[in-house]
Design a protein. Structure first.
Length: 159
């Protein structure tokens, strides 16, 4: 009986989530939706999240998962693409291997903005320590300023 109750709760939660996602998709302004469709005409399975100053869209394009952010005016801000190790440029992988060893690579994302294209690499060293690297395609460190991360840090500090 416990298993049945757990399954029913999961089903109810799933249905609620579908209704929420459907309701959210209906409240997306037309300018944001058309800017997204113009930039990503082959996007599939788009899920929208509304924030106070932006819209985040998680979607797939050619079987690759991406997250795009548009501001309230409908301007594209950035796109983050989940990528496999073989999609990471060789100079970036060489840097990771030289600094952390062959087994250190954990995951990678390609992040594109209007002014910058870089790779966010997560590595786990032999002691289990996790490091996050931000590198350009040549394997050089990139300084990325992100206001939303500052906001999140401030909120965490206040709690």
């Amino acid at each position: 009986f416990r298993s049945y109750t757990k399954n029913m709760k999961k089903l109810a939660l799933g249905i609620s989530l579908l209704f929420c996602l459907n309701a959210m998709s209906q409240s997306i302004p037309k300018n944001i939706e058309s800017a997204f469709k113009k930039q990503y005409p082959s996007a599939a399975d788009a899920e929208w999240t509304t924030y106070s100053t932006s819209y985040e869209i998680v979607f797939s394009e050619k079987e690759i998962y991406k997250t795009a952010i548009f501001n309230k005016a409908g301007d594209w801000v950035s796109t983050t693409t989940q990528i496999d190790a073989e999609m990471v440029p060789k100079p970036v992988m060489t840097y990771v291997t030289n600094k952390f060893g062959d087994a250190a690579f954990d995951s990678a994302e390609l992040i594109e903005t209007k002014d910058l294209k870089y790779y966010s690499i997560t590595v786990i060293d032999e002691d289990g320590e996790t490091s996050y690297l931000t590198l350009d395609a040549t394997g050089k460190a990139v300084n990325v300023e992100n206001e939303s991360n500052d906001d999140e840090t401030e909120e965490e500090d206040e709690q």
